[in-house]
Design a protein around this ligand. Structure first.
Ligand code: TYM
Length: 378
């Protein structure tokens, strides 16, 4: 869990750094790439493929084929994802949530959304309990603003819902040894014991629906691949408790606006937060790292490099349709568009997105309670 300043790839739930090789992650983590056959199968049910699937932003999975098979046999699945509330949400976090909303709509699936105020209290030395609880509320507004349906979405706030979760958490924890936890999560002698127990808590929502309804219900977890260690542990424990192993679909990281690296709250100047005033976000975009040449003349002659450009990456992950992104790539490579112009286009879109999202966040305040998990509604 220590800082990594060289280029070596590190992907854990607490740290993502170095140059990320997604093929290597698939090999190292033992997941499966998403194949054209799976995409075709998804499209049969959804009609259209989400851009994050078409562009392979969601690129890897475990048991997605099994989830589809159960679904085709008439068995509905629940979705499960979440947030560790240590500060404001950035638009990288929104990418898997936007995709989760697509899955909810297309498969008419219930979503459990876990907000881990306990995890964040334990992780940050300087946090009091009220810090993550404040952010839990703020972050929940971002989720609600994306339009999730209240009847099908249950927000679990760990410290408030622990009464219902504790029994399952204990049953899970009893099957995880300290040596497994150290191997999977890299815990050290200095790690506090709360954090060592915490993975059992993050496993709970994967089994919650099954436990509450009294029979096995498949569960699919959409998230970036940094959360994978939790699912390896959860999947190991599942058969010991008589539950289905949860399936996963993993996405890549939306990069920051700097040179390489994922968008991260710890680098606020290269992250766009959903609560940033639009003009502040605009400034961040205008200062972004691009794949441009040293001079305009050179760029007109030789073209620029979209593959290392953070502005292009943003357009690709979040802001442009297929035709537009294809044209932009061509114009960038052929020197028809300069970085300043490209930044302006993105800045305008980011500003518009934020203004709209912030209005929806305000409205979400009146509906927060409707989303809170209550075991009686199952
Ligand atoms: P957290 O708060 O670190 O991240 C929330 C979600 O955002 C994903 N993510 C990103 N996705 C794309 N681009 C990025 N730059 C980026 N950075 C983060 C994370 O993978 C995650 O899906 N322990 C968890 C909270 C949690 C959870 C879960 C997450 C509890 N249960 C189930 C996913 C699924 C956490 O701290 O996430």
């Amino acid at each position: 869990m220590s800082a990594n300043n060289n280029e070596q790839m590190v992907v854990t739930p607490w740290e993502v750094s170095g140059k990320i090789d997604y093929d290597k992650l698939v090999r190292d983590f033992g997941t499966q790439p998403i194949t054209p056959e799976i995409l075709e199968r998804i499209q049969k049910h959804t009609g259209t493929l989400h851009a994050q699937l078409r562009r392979r932003i969601f690129f890897s999975h475990r048991d997605l084929d099994w989830i589809l098979q159960r679904y085709e046999a008439g068995e509905k699945f629940v979705l499960y994802t979440g947030r560790g509330p240590s500060g404001p949400v950035h638009i990288g976090h929104l990418a898997p949530w936007v995709f989760t909303k697509y899955l909810q709509d297309k498969f008419d699936a219930k979503l459990y959304f876990q907000i881990t105020d306990d995890e964040r209290f334990l992780y940050h030395d300087n946090f009091t309990m009220s810090d993550p609880q404040k952010w839990a509320y703020e972050n929940a507004l971002d989720l609600i603003a994306l339009g999730f349906e209240p009847e099908k979405t249950r927000i679990i706030l760990d410290t408030k819902s622990m009464g219902v979760m504790y029994d399952l958490a204990l049953r899970i924890a009893k099957h995880v040894t300290l040596s497994t936890a150290k191997a999977v999560f890299g815990f050290q002698e200095s790690t506090n014991v709360g954090l060592v127990f915490y993975p059992a808590v993050q496993a709970v929502p994967a089994f919650l629906e099954s436990s509450l309804v009294g029979h096995n219900v498949p569960c699919l977890i959409p998230a970036a691949i940094d959360q994978d260690p939790y699912w390896r542990m959860t999947r190991d424990v599942a058969p010991k408790l008589g539950y289905y192993k949860p399936a996963q679909i993993h996405c890549r990281f939306v990069p920051g606006l700097g040179r390489g690296g994922k968008m991260s709250a710890s680098m606020p100047e290269t992250a766009i937060f959903t609560i940033d005033p639009p003009e502040v976000a605009q400034k961040k975009v205008l200062n972004a790292f691009t794949g441009g040449r040293a001079t305009v003349e050179e760029q007109r002659q030789l073209g620029a490099n979209p593959d290392i450009c953070s502005v292009f990456a943003y357009d690709y992950f979040l802001f442009m349709e297929d035709k537009e992104i294809e044209d932009l790539r061509f114009n960038c490579l052929s020197g028809n568009i300069m970085c300043g112009e490209c930044k302006q286009i993105l800045a305008e879109r980011v500003k518009r997105f934020l203004a709209d999202h912030q209005e929806k966040r305000e409205k979400a305040k009146d509906h927060f309670e409707e989303y809170l998990f209550n075991p009686k509604d199952v």
